[in-house]
Design a binder for this molecule. Structure first.
Ligand SMILES: NC(=O)c1ccc[n+]([C@@H]2O[C@H](COP(=O)([O-])OP(=O)(O)OC[C@H]3O[C@@H](n4cnc5c(N)ncnc54)[C@H](O)[C@@H]3O)[C@@H](O)[C@H]2O)c1
Length: 351
């Protein structure tokens, strides 16, 4: 797709691959590309959501990205690849670090190597701000040190390094986006996602909002999933190969401010119940987005409009989040590890 020999525009005859196109972010990206008249192949281990397969010009190629042959076959004939497939859960990475590494690091290396062999014209990889680890500076530029503390962060960073090495040695035209906290319709409440949809789900059910961390010292940068997809398309069209771009809103929002915004969006007061015993993730996490903005990208949603949009989508009594967002670093071994595996109550906040 996208970068035709003539310039920065879509080549409509060609097909774009979206790995992870059955997932939360990927299904939004497939819809956004389809809206632009693009033919899309969803490359995923799981089948796409039903409305996706109904879209004309969209097809599904089943592939496990841990299997190089699968990936090679699925990506054949595609011009541009948006690579989103993988494990997106910090908790899963803590509980099954080898699985996480195989899917995210080895899988991403497979996608990169297949793209080289197939002569793909552009590969955009959706990485995560989790690769930075605990923020040392606010806002964070792309030059912030990378010291991930979760296996998930390490596997996402390994994927980045694998792709960049293929860029440096074999000329893979890859661009990396590091997303901050995504929110929007379609997020699975059964895994600890971002605070936005979690807060809204409690609030829309008329219940107090459980908060992990300090309401003022814990801040985040939230980006609406639709803006994230447009940002990825901007990277494909205007980004520089081999470069990394932060994908965020650039706005710092404390948990207290988020609760106030949730109250505003739903028209009734919001009650935050903070667990002050879990303060580990009470840090500021905000993107410096100058590099992305330099490509001409401007987000469509601010937090207020994004919240209104999501509240309308969720309706009056959405499913409650079934896992609490808990930041956990304590290693469990031996018998206690077995017990911990049996009762998976904790979820690590990740982006
Ligand atoms: N959701 C966020 O807040 C967020 C933030 C930053 C980065 N990201 C990144 O964005 C990407 C998508 O995240 P998401 O929230 O949509 O996750 P998701 O779990 O909804 O989607 C991931 C998709 O990958 C597929 N997949 C998993 N293992 C696979 C394998 N071995 N082979 C092929 N497909 C496989 C799954 O079936 C699923 O459809 C991930 O790479 C994640 O690291 C997400």
């Amino acid at each position: 797709m996208i970068l035709t020999p003539e310039g920065n525009r879509f080549a409509e005859a060609t097909e774009v691959a979206v790995t992870g196109g059955s997932g939360f972010v990927g299904s939004h990206l497939v819809r956004a590309l389809h809206k632009r008249g693009q033919k899309v192949v969803v490359v995923d281990l799981s089948a796409p959501r039903p409305d996706i397969l109904d879209l004309p010009g969209v097809r599904y190629a089943k592939a496990d990205q841990r299997d190089f042959g699968d990936v090679l076959l699925a990506l054949q004939g595609t011009d541009t690849v948006f690579h989103l497939a993988g494990n997106a859960s910090g908790t899963v990475s803590v509980e099954r670090p080898r699985f996480d590494f195989e899917v995210n690091a080895v899988g991403t290396s497979n996608v990169g190597n297949a793209s080289v062999l197939l002569g793909v014209r552009k590969l955009v990889y959706l990485s995560s701000a989790i690769v930075y680890g605990t923020p040392q500076d606010t806002p964070m530029t792309e030059h912030h040190p990378t010291r991930p503390f979760l296996p998930y962060g390490a596997s996402k960073l390994s994927g980045e390094l694998a792709l960049r090495s293929l860029h440096d040695t074999l000329g893979l035209p890859v661009i990396i986006g590091r997303s901050f906290v995504v929110y929007g319709p379609g997020e699975d409440p059964r895994r600890a996602g971002g605070e936005v949809s979690q807060f809204l789900r409690w609030q829309l059910n008329g219940l107090p909002i459980p908060l992990i961390g300090d309401r003022d010292r814990k801040t985040r940068d939230f980006i609406h999933v639709s803006d994230l997809c447009q940002a990825m398309i901007t990277l494909a069209e205007a980004g520089t190969d081999g470069e990394i771009y932060n994908l965020g809103s650039g706005h710092e929002v404390s948990m207290r401010e988020l609760a106030d915004a949730v109250a505003e969006a739903t028209g009734r007061p919001a009650l935050l119940e903070a667990d002050v015993n879990s303060l580990e993730d009470s840090f500021r996490l905000v993107a410096d987005v100058s590099k992305l903005r330099g490509l001409g990208f401007t987000p469509e949603y601010d937090l207020a409009s994004g919240l209104r949009d999501l509240a309308a989508h969720l309706g009056r009594h959405p499913e409650l989040p079934s896992v609490t967002a808990v930041f956990r670093k304590t290693p469990v071994t031996g018998a206690s590890a077995a017990a911990a595996h049996a009762t998976t109550a904790a979820e690590v906040t990740a982006c």
